[in-house]
Design a protein around this ligand. Structure first.
Ligand code: ATP
Length: 386
C-alpha cells in the first residue's frame, strides 16, 4: 500500500518528485589563516535523483555530504548552479517553502514537549489558509506516529524513550507536513549497533510505504548499500560514481570507490600487465585481454580467492578467523610481506585449508572479483580478465 498523500486535511499536499542538481557548487572561504584558498565542499554536481527513490549519499568525513544536503534543503546557498524539485527551480526559495522534511543525527526534539506535541510542532506554525484546527493537527500527528510505529508513546517525553524511539519521533515530525523530499543526515549515528540495524530497516520500510524521494547521508558504506536504491559516492566534494549499490560494488570506476565499498575491504596489490598477463610479484595470476603493458594496482575482493593447492597466487597463512557464518583467512603474499590479505572462504574450503601442512597456501583469483587500476590516475583499466 502506498502512503496516502492526500490524507486528512493535510495542508501541504505534495507529490514525491525528482531532484535535479545542475552544476551545483559550494565554496567556503578558508578558515585557515595560513592557507587562504577556498574550500570547495561541493564541486559541480550534476545529477538527477529519481522520483520516489531512496538515495544514499556516501563518502568519508569532510567530503561534502552535509553541505550537499544543506544546499538541497536551502540551509546553504550555492556559489553556482541550480536545484530543481520536479520542474520547479527552488534555488532561491527559503527552506520552509521547499517542502522538505529534515532529520538530523541528534534528534533535536523539544525535551519539555510530549511526543504528540513534538510531532505536531511543524503544523502549529502554519498560517493563513494552511492553518489547522487542533483536532486536525492531532489526527495528522497520530497518522505520522502510526507510520513510524510509535503511536503508543504519544504522551511520553523524549527523556522517557530510547534513542531509536526518539529518532522515530524525529522522522514522524519530518513527515507530518507531507514533504515531497525527505533528507536524512546521518540519522543513525547516535544509535547502538542493534538499534542502527533496526532503525535503518525501519527507514527503508517507511520510505517504501510513503514513496517520498529520500536522500540519506552516511559515511557508513554498509548502511548505504543495504537500504538505498542508488548510491552516490563522493570524495573531496566530487561525485565519483552513481549507481545501484551492487553495480557500484561489482564495477567500481576507480580505486577510491573500490576501497570505500565492502567489508572486509578490498585487497590491493602492486602488479604489472606484461604480454597479456597480470603479474603480482613473481606470480602470473590472470590472463588480461585488451590492455597495454603497464604497472597497475590489482584489487581483489575478499570473496575473490579460491583456495587451490595448484593455484598461481602463492601466499603464507597467518590466521584463520571464524566469525559467525564467515571464515576469514589472513595471509601474506611474497610481493608485499608486510601487508595482510583477507579472504572470506566457505566452510568446505576452511576444512581443506586446515589440513595444509606448514604455512604455504595457494589461490586462484576470480576474474570478476579482480579489478585493475592505473598506477597514476587510479582509474579502472578497461580490459577482460580470465
Ligand atoms: P562529516 O561526515 O564529517 O559530517 P561531510 O562529508 O558532511 O563531513 P561537510 O560537513 O559537508 O562534510 O564539509 C565539507 C567541507 O567543507 C569540509 O572541508 C568542511 O571543513 C568544509 N565546511 C563545511 N562547512 C563550512 C563552513 N561553514 N565554512 C567553512 N568550511 C566549511
Amino acid at each position: 500500500m502506498r502512503f496516502q498523500r492526500n490524507w486528512g486535511r493535510c495542508p501541504g499536499k505534495r507529490e514525491a518528485m525528482k531532484v535535479v542538481l545542475e552544476n551545483l557548487t559550494k565554496k567556503f572561504p578558508s578558515r585557515n589563516k595560513k592557507d587562504k584558498s577556498e574550500v570547495v565542499a561541493v564541486n559541480n554536481f550534476n545529477i538527477e535523483i529519481p522520483d520516489g527513490k531512496l538515495i544514499g549519499l556516501l563518502g568519508p568525513s569532510g567530503c561534502g555530504k552535509s553541505t550537499a544536503l544543506n544546499l538541497i534543503c536551502g540551509l546553504e546557498k550555492p556559489t553556482e548552479g541550480r536545484i530543481l524539485f520536479g520542474e520547479d527551480d527552488v534555488t532561491e526559495l527559503p527552506p520552509e517553502n521547499r517542502g522538505v522534511g529534515l532529520v538530523f543525527q541528534n534528534y533535536a526534539l523539544y525535551p519539555h514537549l510530549t511526543v504528540r506535541q513534538n510531532i505536531m510542532f511543524p503544523l502549529e506554525n502554519l498560517k493563513g489558509a494552511q492553518k489547522m484546527t487542533k483536532q486536525a493537527m492531532e489526527e495528522k500527528a497520530l497518522e505520522a506516529a502510526k507510520l513510524v510505529q510509535i503511536e503508543e508513546l504519544m504522551d511520553r517525553k523524549p527523556s522517557e524513550m530510547s534513542g531509536g524511539q526518539q529518532q522515530r519521533v524525529a522522522i514522524a515530525r519530518a513527515l507530518v507536513k507531507t514533504p515531497s523530499v525527505l533528507l536524512l543526515d546521518e540519522p543513525l549515528s547516535n544509535l547502538d549497533a542493534r538499534l542502527r540495524l533496526q532503525t535503518r530497516e525501519e527507514i527503508r520500510r517507511i520510505q517504501q510505504k510513503t514513496g517520498i524521494t529520500t536522500i540519506f547521508v552516511t559515511h557508513d558504506q554498509e548502511e548505504a548499500m543495504s537500504i538505498s536504491d542508488y548510491i552516490i559516492v563522493m570524495k573531496a566534494g566530487v561525485i565519483q560514481q552513481v549507481g545501484r549499490p551492487q553495480d557500484v560494488y561489482d564495477q567500481p570506476v576507480n580505486l577510491f570507490v573500490a576501497k570505500f565499498l565492502g567489508t572486509p575491504a578490498i585487497n590491493v596489490f602492486e602488479g604489472n600487465i606484461e604480454n597479456g598477463w597480470l603479474w603480482i610479484g613473481e606470480d602470473r595470476v590472470l590472463k588480461v585481454d585488451g590492455a597495454e603493458d603497464e604497472e597497475v594496482y590489482a584489487a581483489v575482493r575478499p570473496e575473490g580467492f579460491i583456495f587451490d593447492e595448484n593455484g598461481p597466487f602463492k601466499c603464507s597463512l597467518r590466521n584463520i578467523e571464524v566469525m559467525g557464518r564467515d571464515t576469514s583467512l589472513v595471509f601474506r603474499h611474497r610481493s608485499e610481506p608486510e601487508n595482510d590479505i583477507r579472504a572470506i572462504i566457505s566452510v568446505e574450503e576452511r576444512q581443506r585449508v586446515e589440513q595444509v601442512q606448514g604455512y604455504g597456501v595457494s589461490f586462484r583469483l576470480k576474474p570478476y572479483k579482480t579489478f585493475l587500476f592505473g598506477k597514476d590516475d587510479e582509474q579502472r583499466i578497461s580490459c577482460t580478465l580470465s
